[in-house]
Design a protein around this ligand. Structure first.
Ligand code: ZN
Length: 355
């Protein structure tokens, strides 16, 4: 078998170790490597039958609360793991990649480039493409690595029975962003009874291997990811209060849905992916698609803030954002930036029960 691949710091501490498992186990169904992914050209990774983006599931009941960009979106070029896994995982591991640490306002293009770099590492070492199942950047955006039902090379000896959530960067030296914790929590929750068993524990790679992975700053947040509470702790004296942080994620959507009387699921469904990159303050729970149909909570918001009935299409965009900013009395620029003043104002109003 191929020797594990270790990434060490200057003092010799093993920050991350990647390793392949020896043999298929139990009722796992193997297959010729690369069977589902074609050759090393274009975005053939997107053709793998297992490469289903959760948000693309047509059944409304199966709608994901978090969007994960597909393998094709970042240009996967190599095999999607080495074999197909049947049945859900029994453990979930948190990792860090110890590759370039991008800033929270990095572009999607820069993140895609990092995904391809990560893929090259796994490919050159094990010949089976990217090692991790999902990779989350400081922006809070998540990308599919090795598909949920394909075996990667993330947690040596347990690759067949676990799945991996990887934070891009080095968290021995840097702290994760709240957007990352929030996305990871949504994915961990979303995967229950789906990609892993309901009771599958969330653990750090260092719990089972000789490595510092996922780094002390991230390891300290695993309970927050598990409980989903770290990114949205209730404010003192306000048990149900939103944190006023200017990021519009699932928690803010959930409160808005309660306020506006639409289905309360924390998801803004079917929004145009065209506006995603321009609005980095829109974080978890936004379902970005190419053919947007709009969502009821946005349509209800458009009505609440006084937009004409002809303009209530249920889709976020510059026109709706401007109208919202005018309604809230914040600067009108048509964009939801990080730590957005408009979102902070919206969160304050939600906490006060008057949108
Ligand atoms: Zn690791």
């Amino acid at each position: 078998m191929v020797e594990p691949y270790e990434i060490k710091d200057d003092t010799g501490i093993v920050l991350e170790v990647l390793a392949a498992d020896d043999e298929p186990q139990g009722d796992l169904q193997g297959g010729p490597q690369g069977e589902t992914v074609g050759e090393t050209v274009g975005d053939t990774g997107g053709d793998a039958p297992s490469d289903i983006v959760p948000m693309a599931v047509p059944d409304a009941q199966a709608q994901a609360a978090v969007s994960i960009a597909s393998r094709g979106s970042w240009g996967a070029r190599y095999p999607d793991g080495d074999l197909t896994l049947t049945g859900p995982a029994v453990e979930v591991f948190v990792h860090h990649s110890v590759t370039a640490h991008l800033s929270a306002d990095a572009s999607i293009a820069a993140e895609a480039e990092q995904m391809r770099a990560l893929e090259s590492v796994g490919q050159s070492r094990f010949g089976t493409g990217i090692s991790y199942n999902v990779v989350i950047f400081p922006s809070g955006r998540a990308y599919q690595g090795v598909s949920w039902n394909r075996r990667g090379t993330h947690t040596g000896g347990r690759n067949s029975t676990s799945r991996s959530i990887c934070f891009a960067g080095n968290y021995e030296t840097t702290t994760p962003t709240s957007a990352q914790i929030s996305t990871a929590a949504a994915i961990y929750r979303e995967g229950k009874d789906r990609w892993w068993t309901r009771d599958a524990p969330l653990r750090g790679h260092r719990d089972v291997s000789q490595t510092a992975c996922p780094g002390r700053h991230l390891y300290a947040r695993i309970d927050d990811i598990r409980t989903g509470s770290g990114s949205t702790p209730p404010s003192p004296g306000e048990p149900d209060g939103l944190v006023v942080d200017g990021f519009w994620g699932s928690a803010t959507t959930r409160r808005l849905q309660q306020e506006l009387g639409t289905t309360v699921d924390g998801v803004v469904s079917s929004q145009s992916v065209y506006w995603r990159d321009a609005n980095p303050g829109l974080t978890t729970g936004w379902q970005w698609v190419s053919d947007a149909l709009g969502s009821r909570v946005i349509a209800a918001l458009q009505a609440r803030i006084g937009m004409d009935s002809g303009q209530r299409d249920g889709k976020i965009g510059p026109q709706t954002i401007r109208a919202l900013q005018r309604h809230l009395g914040t600067p009108v620029d048509g964009v939801i930036s990080r730590e957005s003043q408009a979102v902070m104002a919206l969160q304050r109003r939600l906490n006060a029960g008057r949108v």
